[in-house]
Design a protein around this ligand. Structure first.
Ligand code: KIV
Ligand code: ZN
Length: 518
């Protein structure tokens, strides 16, 4: 029980958690998601008890429009926000996408810093004030829940920033968001800015003051926390801190900092921390962005005590080296759940507990895949089950499919791969060699698909422990300046690598259907 729970929630102030994993998070290089994947994450965010889910930026692509529209229809317990620039067509389209949500929100933004005004949007300060007010007023014609963001606020002349915010409030904005768009602010400076806005901007007491911090200097969480100490009541953040460039403030770090240091941060959020770890795993699996082992709260080493002195201390009394328990964020020590003898019923029940309600046909496919895995691997963990669902069910119809892979390798032979694939429904087989089994496999797949993409990164992690663990592979590819991350898992790391590579190629194809970027 933390201090807040001991004292009772009446003493603390509530902080709204605005999750932008599906919008800013998707702007991480390579983290493209399809509609089904985004819907799955949105459902998990609802389970986590997020206040506002930013589902996407409808004007950026057909896929984003469709994702926002679908999420708006499905999510009932969170507000669903759609991002739009200040031009009328963006606002109208964002409303069209989000209007069926039970609790819709329009989020409109314009740049306010001189560097953006001069070089990017080519507008005068007066133009910006006018456009900000007009866009909020237009959004207000659709909904009473309108958020306005002053992009690059932390590099904006303060008096001008105040003027823009006041204009947005007069026009009807109900949330004012202060983004540190390029992660430039340091905590004392940012706290001071928020305090001045909270004290000096006319009408700010009638709206929710929000912050949106990027992590370019590694200060996004610190800046978010200092902002709430100075009057911010909404924080914008992402799961695992993913997002444009160095990412956004990490949701799990903000939530757990508030819970753990409630003595100094007398606030609370609605978040159910028991779903933090599951959500982190799901986002990592779907985006292909592996979580660094030393990542706070959700990294593989976050609760691992390595040195003898630490282990001894923790065995005697957890409080010696643990400021929170792994169980509090949903990391369970005994997540072993199923094995070879488990039946369809047990499998279905476990899926339900993990939040997956599959149709009979999808359940059948997932169960068959589970049986195949159970033949190779004695113990099946929650992470393995999630892999199966993400790989078998969520992925969209594929242009490229792996049918067969045979690799010959060893220390005295030239590694050779024979690959059979389905390309647009047609079977193609090729063979090739390379510097190692993965290189041979990738070169052969490239030959079959005639892909022009460049391999930027290749990473392998073991899901769960032991030599029979599934290998989780992430592959980052680049084509025409666009990057994508493919991800897959298998007990055979070469097969996992091939599937991750093919997943990335499918994402490139999916990406080609997108219209414009932000
Ligand atoms: O970083 C930023 O400024 C943004 C805005 C669109 C809120 O993401
Ligand atoms: Zn951002």
């Amino acid at each position: 029980m933390n201090l807040l729970e001991r004292k009772g929630k009446t003493m603390a102030t509530r902080i709204k958690i605005f999750d932008t994993t599906l919008r800013d998070g998707e702007q991480s290089p390579g983290a493209t998601m399809n509609v089904a994947e985004k819907v799955r994450i949105a459902q998990q965010l609802e389970k986590l008890n997020i206040d506002i889910i930013e589902a996407g930026f409808p004007a950026s692509s057909k896929g984003d429009f469709e994702s926002v529209q679908t999420i708006a229809r499905i999510i009932k317990r969170c507000e669903v926000a759609a991002l739009c620039r200040t031009n009328p067509s963006d606002i109208d389209l964002a409303w069209k996408a989000v209007k069926n949500a039970k609790l819709p929100r329009l989020h409109t933004f314009i740049s306010t810093s001189s560097v953006h005004l001069t070089h990017m949007i080519k507008k005068t300060k007066d133009d910006v004030i006018k456009v900000a007010a007009q866009s909020v007023a237009r959004a207000r014609r659709y909904t009473s829940n309108v958020e306005f963001s002053a992009q690059d606020a932390t590099r904006t002349d303060v008096e001008f920033l105040f003027a823009v915010i006041e204009a947005a409030i007069r026009a009807g904005a109900t949330t004012i968001n202060i983004p540190d768009t390029v992660g430039y602010a340091v905590p004392s400076e940012f706290g001071n800015l928020i305090q001045r806005i909270y004290r000096e901007v006319k009408g700010i007491d009638k709206v929710t003051l929000s912050v949106h911090c990027h992590n370019d200097l590694g200060l996004a969480v610190a800046n978010s926390l200092v902002a709430i100490q100075n009057g911010a009541r909404q924080v914008e953040c992402t799961i695992n801190g993913i997002g444009e460039r160095a990412g956004n403030a990490s949701l799990e770090e903000i939530v757990m900092a508030i819970r753990t240091r409630n003595d100094l941060l007398p606030f609370y959020t609605r978040i159910n921390p028991a779903h933090i770890y599951g959500t982190s795993r799901l986002v990592s699996k779907i985006t292909g962005m592996l979580v660094q082992p030393n990542k706070a709260i959700v990294g593989a080493n976050a609760f691992a005590h390595e040195s003898g002195i630490h282990q001894d201390g923790v065995l005697k009394e957890k409080l010696t080296y643990e400021i929170m328990t792994p169980e509090s964020v949903g990391i369970s020590k005994s997540s072993l759940i199923l094995g070879k003898l488990s039946g369809r019923h047990g499998f279905r029940e476990r899926l339900k507990e993990l939040g997956y309600h599959l149709s009979e046909a999808d359940l059948e496919r997932a169960f068959n895949r589970f049986k195949m895995l159970a033949d190779k691997k004695r113990d099946i963990y929650d992470e393995d089950i999630e892999s199966i669902v993400v790989e078998e069910i969520l992925r969209m119809p594929k242009r490229y499919k792996l049918i067969y892979l045979n690799v010959i390798t060893g220390n005295v032979t030239v590694p050779t791969a024979t690959v059979q694939m389905e390309v647009n429904g047609k079977l193609i087989q090729e063979a090739g060699f390379g510097d190692g089994p993965v290189d041979a496999t990738f070169k052969t797949i490239k030959k079959i698909t005639k892909s022009k993409s460049k391999l930027l990164q290749f990473a392998i992690n073991a899901i769960t422990g032991g030599t029979e663990a599934q290998g989780e592979v992430a592959v980052k590819l680049e084509e025409k300046g666009q990057t994508v991350i493919g991800q897959s898992a298998d007990t055979d790391v070469i097969v996992a690598s091939a599937k991750a590579y093919i997943n990335a190629l499918n994402k490139i194809e999916f990406r080609k259907q997108k219209l414009v970027g932000m």
